[in-house]
Design a protein around this ligand. Structure first.
Ligand SMILES: [Zn+2]
Length: 112
């Protein structure tokens, strides 16, 4: 049983009817849904597919919620920025960023 990371009480069950509405286009994708709070977690590859289609249609949404796993590196955790965002914001290792914590959100701002 997979516990929900949103409410920490429900169970995540696989579903095939998560609807993602982007600029009037409705996408039905696969993922997991919490039995308690109903929060939906689309599978990463499904989200990527949807983004590709949305881009083809010219309806790339902003902001888009994306789900990623953190990976371990040394003593810390590493967050990989999705390549779409990297390209869109022209990010590089020379750019300076600011990280702030707002409630349970982590906001990454581009400084230069
Ligand atoms: Zn939940």
């Amino acid at each position: 049983m997979k516990k929900c990371i949103n409410c920490d009480a429900g169970e995540l069950i696989p579903v095939e009817d998560i609807t993602l509405e982007i600029e009037g286009y409705v996408f039905i994708i696969k993922g997991e849904r919490c039995t308690k709070c109903n929060e939906e977690f689309p599978y990463e590859e499904e989200t990527e597919k949807t983004i590709k289609i949305a881009q083809k249609l010219g309806v790339w949404p902003e902001p888009l919620k994306m789900y990623r796993h953190l990976s371990k590196s040394g003593n810390g955790l590493v967050f990989r920025i999705p390549s779409d965002i990297e390209k869109q914001m022209k990010l590089s290792e020379k750019k300076e960023i600011a990280i702030s914590k707002i409630g349970n959100k982590i906001v990454i701002e581009q400084m230069s």
